[in-house]
Design a binder for this molecule. Structure first.
Ligand code: BTN
Length: 261
């Protein structure tokens, strides 16, 4: 970890400092250490560069200068099997922040935000638990903001894009961060006070895969089917060609040709 500075945010539930670093291994790792030491809900850890940024399924997350790499500590009073709700809350918030820039983002289950089919953001939620309840969660958010990524991603067989590439101009990262944290705070308060229902509806409205035929790659097995719903554990429900329903809790999916099974 190097240079750190802390700024305070305006009023609200997340009336907590943002710890800004020039370079860390992973903001999730730093946030986790802070949470273990008792840091409050709403603390944000942000870094200009991550040397060991983490992605889903043990993958690494390329985190050069220009991107927005941050993690938020949350202490929701929910069970471990509800942790996916935090990822959904943040995915909807990222999508809404991007909409403010005139984009039409879609959420690809479980944790990607896409613009024109290209990944602009990924979310990694990690938890510590006690007796089936969440003690704390660290929700890590990676957003390709001002980094240039589309060509190098394509070279490596991925589809990714940054907000700068979408708009053809640099973005004020402080302003984007403010939009994003406000969105997350609004949804998190709504979730804590009212429940998850309307957030799930919003998530579905932005979904990239619901009601589409998808190809799934799960634990070395490939199959396809119609993605038609989300169950109470956040699993994606797929109707297979034999009409059976399979729920996918983790795995990689992509859209298949537009044929219904
Ligand atoms: C994914 O799509 O696989 C999830 C990527 C999550 C990346 C973010 S960047 C900030 C935070 N710190 C990490 O090490 N990972 C998350």
């Amino acid at each position: 970890m190097s240079r750190a500075s802390a700024t305070n945010r305006s009023k609200g539930l997340f009336e907590m400092p943002i710890y800004c670093f020039a370079k860390v291994s992973s903001t999730n790792e730093v946030a986790k250490e802070l949470a273990i030491k008792g840091a409050h809900e709403g603390v944000v850890v942000l870094a200009e560069i991550q040397s060991e940024g983490r992605g889903r399924c043990g993958r690494s997350w390329f985190s050069p200068e220009g991107g927005l790499w941050l993690s938020i500590i949350m202490r929701p009073k929910i069970r471990v099997d509800e942790a996916y709700k935090l990822t959904f809350i943040v995915a909807v918030s990222v999508a809404n922040a991007l909409i403010k820039y005139g984009l039409c983002p879609l959420i690809k289950w479980p944790n990607d935000v896409l613009v024109n089919g290209k990944k602009i953001s990924g979310i990694l939620t990690e938890i510590n638990s006690k007796n089936d309840c969440i003690e704390f969660a660290v929700v890590g958010i990676g957003i390709n903001l001002n980094n240039i990524i589309s060509k190098s991603a394509a070279k490596h067989g991925f589809s990714a894009v940054s907000l700068r590439e979408c708009l053809d101009e640099r973005v004020d990262s402080d302003k984007f961060l403010r939009f994003l944290l406000n969105e997350i705070e609004d949804r998190y308060v709504e979730f804590s006070c009212i429940g998850f229902e309307s957030i799930l509806e919003e998530w579905k409205k932005h979904s990239y895969v619901l009601n589409r035929v998808v190809e799934v790659y799960e634990s070395g097995v490939r199959f396809s089917g119609l993605a038609f719903g989300i169950d109470e554990n956040g699993a994606l429900l797929i109707r297979l060609e034999n009409r059976k329903v399979k729920s996918i809790i983790s795995g990689d999916i992509k859209l298949a040709e537009s044929r219904k099974p």
